[in-house]
Design a protein around this ligand. Structure first.
Ligand code: NAP
Length: 193
């Protein structure tokens, strides 16, 4: 049975911390492949960067790694993004694969407010990746279904990357070079959010 990592997030923008996290989880759990799934319409918050730009940055960032691919399923599906729908669709496409949903620890803290949390934990194993020094705060006893891993490179954050652009500070080496150029070319993150 193959083991597929599903890396969900806004990727606004994708940064080297995300890439290190995916690579690290893949190595430690012997995954065969990691598919990045940029979130579509977020029902719990407002994202101003167009989904298509977040998708393209994710493609650029992952293009050189043969173990990585990017899926449009969340941005192409109408309506709000529910992870239960994402994982159901991936399971349908890969019925014999074991799924590992890789997500930031901050994001997983709210899992009990997501659609159908019980079903979610049946569809995939959850891997919560944390920043150094970040204490994960799970809302219920889910230690059997959610594994946590500390990723030092996750000291980089998308929020900080957006702030750096706004303040004319460099992004080089925090995100892949192609993503820096894409952000410059498309004038992303310049306006006040
Ligand atoms: P997000 O803004 O992408 O991330 C929230 C926090 O977690 C940020 O600190 C982020 O760091 C970190 N993070 C997120 N994904 C990560 C990853 N794969 N690896 C490392 N760090 C990551 O969170 P979000 O927009 O809420 O979404 C995260 C995922 O949860 C998406 O796939 C989304 O569809 C899903 N979700 C589902 C529901 C639902 O089903 N109802 C509700 C909420 C979220 P950076 O800012 O540095 O990325």
């Amino acid at each position: 049975m193959s083991k597929i990592g599903v890396m969900g997030g806004s990727f606004d923008p994708i940064h080297n911390g995300h890439l290190v996290a995916a690579s690290e989880v893949a190595a430690r759990l012997s995954l065969d492949h990691v598919v990045f799934v940029p979130a579509g319409d977020q029902w719990q918050k407002e994202i101003t960067t167009p989904a298509e730009d977040r998708y393209l940055m994710t493609v650029i960032a992952t293009a050189e790694n043969p173990m990585f691919s990017v899926s449009r399923i969340d941005i192409d599906r109408d309506g709000p993004t529910y992870t239960v729908d994402t994982l159901t669709q991936i399971q349908r496409d890969f019925p014999f694969a074991e799924l590992y949903f890789i997500i930031g620890a901050d994001a997983i803290s709210g899992i009990n407010t997501w659609n159908n949390p019980e079903r979610l934990l049946d569809l995939a194993k959850f891997i919560a990746v944390t920043r150094p020094g970040h204490k994960i705060d799970l809302p219920f006893d889910s230690s059997r279904s959610i594994q946590t891993l500390e990723i030092p490179a996750l000291a980089i954050s998308s929020t900080d990357c957006r702030e750096r652009v706004k303040n004319n500070l460099p992004l080089w080496y925090l995100v892949p070079d192609g993503v820096v150029r894409f952000i410059q070319k498309n004038d992303l993150y310049k306006e006040t959010e």
